[in-house]
Ligand binder design. Structure first.
Ligand SMILES: C[S@@+](CC[C@H](N)C(=O)[O-])C[C@H]1O[C@@H](n2cnc3c(N)ncnc32)[C@H](O)[C@@H]1O
Length: 168
């Protein structure tokens, strides 16, 4: 399932995913997480089975408050054993380049919010983050045959976490 709030973006996965019963495109806004989770497409997911959610470069488009709300709602809603994969832009690695990107978006009336390592860790604090924690995307599983080349400045962090309901 692919979820996006931009009708132009949604048009593409719709043509590719809404052609078979096991895949789906959903037009919904993570800023209205209650509505998103109640969307019939999302409700069609099997809530008896663990679900993997990829939030890749989505949270920087959302305010601190709404990002926290969305993360909490997802955590409460996901079945036991589910996992979330987050990538998040940061100003930590190349602040000038990231500030230029933020300014570029702002000129188009779009707010983009790269966050610090500490802020991203805070968003994930209620979750059980898997080793090696929140790290630059290029260092994810560095050294494994499937790792991508280790650039100095990916400009983003990555983390995988799970809901851990059972041991609370
Ligand atoms: C950089 S793209 C990443 C897309 C995808 N996650 C990936 O990794 O390829 C960010 C996407 O987030 C979507 N987006 C931005 N704000 C959103 C919101 N409030 N709710 C849902 N999607 C949003 C944008 O329309 C855009 O398609």
């Amino acid at each position: 399932m692919y979820v996006d709030n931009d009708p132009m973006v949604y048009a593409h996965p719709r043509t590719m995913l809404d052609v078979c019963s096991s895949t789906k495109a959903v037009l919904a806004d993570i800023e209205q997480i209650g509505e998103l989770l109640n969307h019939p497409g999302v409700q069609a997911l099997d809530d008896r089975r663990p679900t993997a959610v990829l939030l890749h470069d989505v949270l920087p488009w959302v305010s601190d408050e709404l990002a926290e709300t969305a993360m909490a709602a997802l955590r409460a809603w996901l079945p036991d054993g589910s996992a979330i994969s987050v990538t998040h832009a940061t100003t930590d690695m190349a602040p000038d380049a990231m500030r230029a990107l933020v300014a570029h978006y702002a000129e188009a009336g779009i707010t983009y919010r790269p966050r610090t390592l500490e802020q991203i860790r805070e968003l994930l604090a209620p979750w059980a983050t898997l080793s090696p924690g929140v790290i630059p995307t290029t260092q994810w599983r560095a050294g494994s045959s499937r790792s991508i080349s280790s650039g100095e400045n990916p400009g983003a962090y990555a983390a995988i976490a799970h809901t851990c309901h059972r041991i609370e």
